[in-house]
Design a protein around this ligand. Structure first.
Ligand code: FBP
Length: 320
């Protein structure tokens, strides 16, 4: 796709030549539709919910009366966003099953070809403090849930940050879109196509408590710090991974001595992000196996999660 060119002069009508020379924007529906028309329609529906979610942010800020299957207190926003996505996926007529971090079971929603896994609100602790949070999703083609990560057809995430951005990946590449700009304010326009992790990673971030990290994680963190990599940890997996996608590096929510199975949910967080990392030339491991190879034994599995540049993941694994 034609990229953006930059040489600036001003013509008689005051518009700059850069404005004149800008290639027409490519919308998300067009772009994903070019890969697979059904996928284009489904992603357009998912992204199309972003304006409503932004409108609800000032309103739904309180804790809900319920807990999720992990025993965590849900926010009103967790529950509302879950229902919003499930309804939209049902109405698309493209989806058969949905499973979500906020639902303890697989939901039958129709007879469509796709099955969708969802973390409707990733980074929930950031809502109160007005920091970045997002929505993570994974899409399977004619696969019953729970399914193994290697069977993913596509995956992606929305980030509700200073701008609203949308990243999706198929096996052939990773692409980023921003809402608004010179397309319709609610539409998403392509800003970067075929994203690859930069060869030399700059950033690292590790969740959990340093005192409870395993010896391998402590030693590897020390190595990254001695190499003067910059620390980035913002409290949302989707936000922290998006930094690795653009600047390269290593991000983890590791095994901890008191929580060897980690925190991240295999189906709703680790598999979709590992799929995107691999499609961008990176890697994802649990410390003992490739995340995408983990057998799907139940909807509430959690795994230690390490993602980033392939060379850094291999160096980390060489410590075991
Ligand atoms: P939620 O999906 O419930 O938000 O949980 C996941 C998460 O918020 C990640 O986005 C983030 O990286 C991590 O948990 C933060 O955990 P901690 O508060 O332990 O640093």
């Amino acid at each position: 796709m034609e990229g953006r060119k930059n040489s600036r002069t001003t013509s008689r009508d005051g518009t700059s030549s850069t404005e004149k020379r800008r290639a027409p924007s490519v919308s998300l529906a067009q772009h994903a539709g070019g890969f697979d028309p059904d996928l284009g329609r489904l992603l357009e529906r998912v992204a199309g919910l972003a304006p409503r979610i932004r409108k609800e942010l000032p309103i739904r800020r309180d804790p809900a009366t319920t807990r999720n299957v992990y025993g965590e207190q849900q926010l009103e926003l967790d529950v509302w966003m879950n229902d919003l996505f499930v309804d939209a996926l049902r109405d698309s007529k493209l989806v058969a099953q949905v499973a979500s971090e906020e639902m303890g079971h697989v939901k039958e929603v129709g007879r469509g070809r796709f099955s969708v896994v969802l973390d409707p609100l990733d980074g929930s602790s950031n809502v109160k403090s007005n920091n970045i949070f997002g929505t993570i999703f994974g899409i399977f083609d004619r696969k019953a849930l729970p399914a193994r990560g290697t069977d993913l057809f596509a995956a992606g995430y929305l980030i509700y940050g200073p701008a609203t951005t949308f990243v999706y990946a198929t096996r052939t590449g990773v692409h980023e879109f921003v809402q608004g700009g010179d397309v319709h304010p609610d539409e998403f326009a392509l800003i970067e196509e075929g994203i690859r992790l930069p060869p030399k990673g700059k950033l690292y971030g590790i969740g959990g408590h340093r005192d409870k990290w395993t010896p391998e994680v402590k030693a590897f963190a020390g190595e990254l710090e001695r190499e003067l990599m910059n620390l980035r940890y913002g409290g949302s997996f989707v936000g922290d991974f998006n930094q690795i996608l653009h600047y390269g590096g290593f991000f983890a929510y590791p095994a901890q001595v008191d929580k060897p199975a980690g925190k991240y949910r295999l189906h709703f967080e680790s598999n979709p992000i590992a799929f995107i990392a691999e499609a961008a030339g990176g890697a994802g491991t649990t410390g003992t196996e490739r995340i995408l190879d983990v057998a799907a034994t139940g909807i509430d599995q959690t795994v230690p999660t390490y993602v980033g540049n392939r060379d850094l993941i291999e160096r980390f694994l060489s410590r075991f």
